[in-house]
Design a protein around this ligand. Structure first.
Ligand code: DP6
Length: 396
């Protein structure tokens, strides 16, 4: 048997501060509005994917989080087809860095894992498809613009192809060639910015984004208004706030955009509810905390589920985390309530607690992941970290 060629890469999760919700083309995954996100640091949240290619493989196969999955999944097929198409094109153009034609016809084995529990309800499709496309590109020796391919796996995945602050420009061509992600600023641009993911306990699995946004496009006139008349200006304002590191402006736009996204969900018929009582309580906590200081120090954002993503500046993290711990008392106040970047302990004044004045919700929040903006996909050099063994089959 010929030894398989093996590569391993990692890719990040991203959180949109101007949300993508609604497609104009389901197959190509073309959105009805542009969006903007912050790429989260891979030290805390990442997908790792290993791709092996070999003449000996009979068919394409994929294992996700330890389980073999159906490789005929249409979105997975789109990504595989587009990477192979790109590789063939490079080869025909006489680009010697790309694999030879025999390599192109080889089958792939793909193995992918997340370093965070799927049960946490954190969107994993963005990191997953970004990592898939990046690893396949490495395996087939293609470089350059890949966000248009990641987009065809999952819309939000195109933004995970870059680090820092990333916009997905909706484009207007029928073929989607101009619907691509672009870095607005690198992760080093705003080092004081911190992100806290508050993992909320949920009883039920919410409606998936793909079907949810489909129903919204069909039924919500608020969504149409948002896409046509709100987002274009909001994108400009958001880019300005990010470039100028204007936290108050960034925070207000982030919260308003999250709220409008959830309003379009409520305007969907039948309505979709992603926020639960804990999410609502977090919203109150943030606004009351900001009101207490007479300035916008903290912002929230929610995707298609009840988890809250908090944006704040480094200097406010200890106090705000303490507030979360106070109003959502965990089972144990131990170390494992706060994961990721260390958070210093700080005393909080009674006056602040009183001025927030919420009814505590014990165990409303399972844990906090403390993180910051981070880089885009990376190649993992250390071969001991491959998820596939030298024969091209899963190690575990
Ligand atoms: C609420 O990218 O998961 O997180 O393109 O159908 O795969 P598909 O949807 P997906 O939708 C993400 C929706 C969101 C907002 C966002 O990330 O912009």
């Amino acid at each position: 048997m010929e030894k398989p060629h093996i590569v391993t890469c990692t890719a990040p999760v991203n959180i949109a501060v101007v949300k993508y919700w609604g497609k104009r083309n389901e197959e190509l995954i073309l959105p009805i509005n542009s969006s903007l996100s912050v790429t989260l640091h891979q030290d805390q949240l990442k997908t790792t994917t290993t791709v092996a290619t070999s003449k000996s493989f009979k068919e394409d196969r994929i294992w996700l989080n330890g389980k073999e999955e159906d490789v005929t999944h249409p979105r997975l097929q789109s990504c595989l087809r587009e990477i192979r198409r790109l590789a063939r094109k490079r080869h025909n153009n006489g680009d010697t860095t790309s694999t030879d034609l025999t390599g192109l016809s080889q089958k792939v084995h793909i193995c992918s894992v997340n370093n965070f529990p799927t049960a946490a309800g954190l969107a994993s499709s963005a990191a997953g498809f970004a990592c898939l496309v990046y690893s396949l590109a490495q395996a087939f020796g293609v470089e350059g613009e890949l966000s248009g391919i990641a987009r065809q796996g999952s819309g939000s995945a195109c933004r995970s192809m870059y680090g820092g602050f990333v916009q997905w420009i909706m484009g207007n061509q029928e073929d989607g060639k101009d619907s691509l992600a672009q870095q607005v600023e690198p992760e080093s641009h705003w080092p004081e910015l911190r992100i806290l993911v508050l993992v909320v306990s949920a009883e039920r699995k919410p409606v998936g984004s793909t079907s949810g946004m489909q129903t919204s496009v069909q039924t919500s006139c608020l969504l149409k208004h948002r896409a046509e008349s709100v987002v274009p200006h909001r994108m400009e304002e958001m880019i300005k706030a990010v470039r100028g590191k204007d936290f108050a402006a960034f925070a207000e736009l982030t919260m308003k955009d999250s709220n409008q996204f959830h309003a379009t969900c409520l305007d969907t018929y039948p309505p979709i509810f992603y926020l639960n009582r804990v999410s609502q309580q977090v919203i109150h906590l943030v606004h009351r905390y900001n009101r207490h200081y007479g300035e916008t120090r903290v912002a929230y954002s929610f995707d298609a589920g009840p988890n809250a993503v908090i944006f704040t500046l480094q200097q406010h993290v200890p106090e705000f985390v303490h507030m979360v711990q106070h109003f959502f008392p965990p089972e144990t106040n131990g170390e494992d309530f706060i994961k990721g970047l260390p958070v210093k302990h700080t005393p909080v004044s009674e006056q602040l607690k009183q001025s927030v004045g919420l009814e505590p919700m014990p165990k409303g929040i399972n844990y906090i992941i403390s993180t910051k903006a981070g880089p885009g996909p990376r190649v993992v050099k250390d071969p001991s970290l491959h998820l596939l063994s030298p024969d091209g089959f899963p190690k575990l």
